[in-house]
Write a protein that binds this ligand. Sequence first.
Ligand code: SF4
Length: 710
Amino acid sequence: MTTAHVTCPLCEATCGLDVTLDANQQVTRVTGDRNDVFSQGYICPKGASLGALHHDPDRLTAPLLKRDGEFVEVSWQEAYDEIDRRLPPILEEHGRDAVAVYAGNPGVHNIALTLYGRVLYKALGTKNFYSATSVDQMPKHYSAGTMFGDPLAIPVPDLDRTRHLLILGANPLVSNGSLMTAPDIRGRLRGIRERGGKIVVVDPRRTRTAAFADEHHAIRPGTDALLLFALVNVLFAENRVQPKRLGEHLNGLDDVRELAQPFTPEAVAPRTGIDAAEIRRMALELATENAVVYGRIGTTTQAFGTVASWLVDVLNVLTGNLDAPGGAMFPLAACQPTGNRRPFAVGRWRSRVRGYPEVVGELPVATLADEIETPGEGQVRALITVSGNPCLSTPNAGRLAAALDNLDFMISVDVYLNETSRRADVILPGPSPLERPHFDLAFYQLSVRNVANWTPATLPSDLPPEWETMLRLTGIVTGQGPEADVEALDDFVAADVARRAKLEVTRDRTGPARLVDLMLRAGPYDVTLADLEAAPHGMDFGPLKPRIPDVLCTASGRIELAPETIVADVPRLREELGKQDDGLLLIGRRHLSSNNSWMHNLAPLVRGGNRCTVLVHPTDATRLGLTDGGLASVTSRAGKLEVPVEVTDEVRPGVVSIPHGWGHDAAGARTRVASANPGVNSNLVADETLLDVPSGTSVLNGIPVEVAPA
Ligand code: SF4
C-alpha cells in the first residue's frame, strides 16, 4: 500500500486528498488529506470517486478513427496522419476561421490543456473560438474587465472574515464554491455564524444553501439586477454610501447614483417578488463593515447577467467592502500571468452571422450552429473540441448536434466517447487525473486564501500527455506536419513565457512543470516549483490582502464604477419595470455528486435514483394537472423534452427546475453507466436566441416554457 497526496482536480475547491494504492496500482481508498494547508481533510463524493474515474473501463485508452461510420482504435501516428490529411486543406482553401474550437470546462482543471491549449488556439488563428465560459461566468469577466481593467481580476468573498454574506443565484453547499475557491464551504459558512454574522440567500429555489442560511428570498428568475439596483438606490437614498479609502480610486460614483434612481424598492418589488420593506432592510443590513455580496450562476446565465455581475461589485464598493478584509477581495496567486497587462477591450471582432462582439477572445457558443449552418466566406467547416460536450451543455443542443453532423471534419480531444465526441472523425484521449501532474492555475486566482499546491503524477500513463497532443496539433496547423519536433515547440513556448517574465528559460524540466516553475518565479512569493514539490500538503501564503490600486488595469488607473458599455444596457433593464409575470420560467440546479455533464459515468455518483426531474410547485402542479412521479412535457421556442415530475414547494410558484448535463441516451456514445441513467438534456429547451446582451452569455435561468402532462 502506498498513499499519494493529490490536489483534487474535479472542481474549484482544490481539496487535498490522500489516494491509497495497492501493490497492483489499484486505487483502494480516497480520503481527505487532514494535513492539507487549505482543505484540512474535507472531501466530497466527487473527490472520493477519483479511483472510479481512473479505473473506469469506458475511458478511452487509444485514439479512435471513424472508418465507414464506425470508430476503430488506431495508433497515434495513424490518428495524426489522418488529421494532417484532412485539416490543413480546409485551412488552406477556406481560411483560418473555417476551423472552430470549443473548449469545455474540464480543460480549466487540467494544466496541460490550459497552458498548451492556448498555444494551439493561437497557432490556429481562428476567430471562431468558443468555450463553456459563454454558458457560465462570462458576465463576471466582462464586469471585472470594464470596472478593474482585467477580466481575471474577480474579487471573491473573504469568507473567513466576513460577518454578512449576501448570496445571489449560488448554491455553494452543493457546487463547493464557484468563482470562489473555498474547500469545506459548510465549515466556512458555519464560521460566519460563530462570529455572530448572517447569511442571506436570494434564489428562486430553496437550495441546500438557502435552507442553511438565516434568510431566504425566493426571487423571480432573471430579476437579480433589479433587486441589486434597488439595494444601490436605498444606500444612496439613506445616505449610507461610504466607499472609504476606495473614494480616491473611483470614477463614476455620481453616474451610479443617477442610474439607480428609477429602481426604487417599490418599483422593483412587483417584478422581483420581494417586498419593498424587505429590500430596504436588506440594503441597510449590508451597509456595514465586513459585509459582502456574492453572485454566481443564477446571476450570470440570465438576460441581465452583466448588469447583475457589475452591480454585485458596485454594492461592495458602495459599502466600503471591496478590497477590505471581510468584504470582496482580490486573491494574489503564486503563479502570475507573465507579460504586460493591457486594459480590457471587447468587440475586437464580431461573429459573422449574428454580429455578436468578441469578449475575452471568444464568441458566444449560442451562435456556433449559425456559423456552421450558414454558407458564405468564413463558414465553419471543421471543429476541434477540447474536453467539451457542447451537445449536452449548450443551448438548443438539438440544433447544434445536427449542425456538427454537417462538418467536413471534426476532432475531439476527450477521455470519453460521449454525445459530442461520437460525432468526431478522430478522438484523441488523454491520461486520467491520477496520471498527470496537477496545479490549479485558474482557481488559485479565485481562492479565499492565498495557497498553492503542486501534485506530481501519481501513476504512469500509457497515453501521451495532453500538452504533447496540443503541440502535435499545433505542428499540423502550422504546416510542420505530424512529425513536428515537439521538444523544440515546447522550448519555444517556454522561451516565450520566460521572455515575458524577464527570466532565463530553464532546461531541467519540460511541459507544464517548466511553465509553472517560470510563473512561480515571476510571482509574488519568491517560491519555485522545487519548493512546492517539497511541500506535498501545499503552501499557505496567508489571508487575502488589499490590492488596490496595484490590481487595477483600467486606462484611467481607477475603478470605473459606471463603465460605458454596461451603462448602455441599463435602459433595457429599465424596460423590465412594470412588466407583468409572463408564465412559467425554467431554471437549472446542481447536485453535489454531479459536475456538469462529465461525471455521470461513475456508478458511485449516480446512485440513489433518477435526479433528473422537473421540480414544480404544488400550486402549479394542480393548475397544470401534473402529478408527482408522472411525466411532463416541457416546451420552449427552441424545443421540447419529457421529464419526470417532482412536486415540491422548494421552487417558488411560476418556476420549474431541471438540472443540466444530462441526456446520455445518444446512440453511439460509449458511457455505459451514464447510458443506463441517461436523464434528459435540459439544453434541448434552452433558447439559443436568448442572450445577455453585453457578454453574449446564454440565458439558462429564466427560460420561458410551457409545461403539460406528457
Ligand atoms: S469539493 Fe471539489 S475539490 Fe473537493 S473533493 Fe469535492 S470535487 Fe474534489
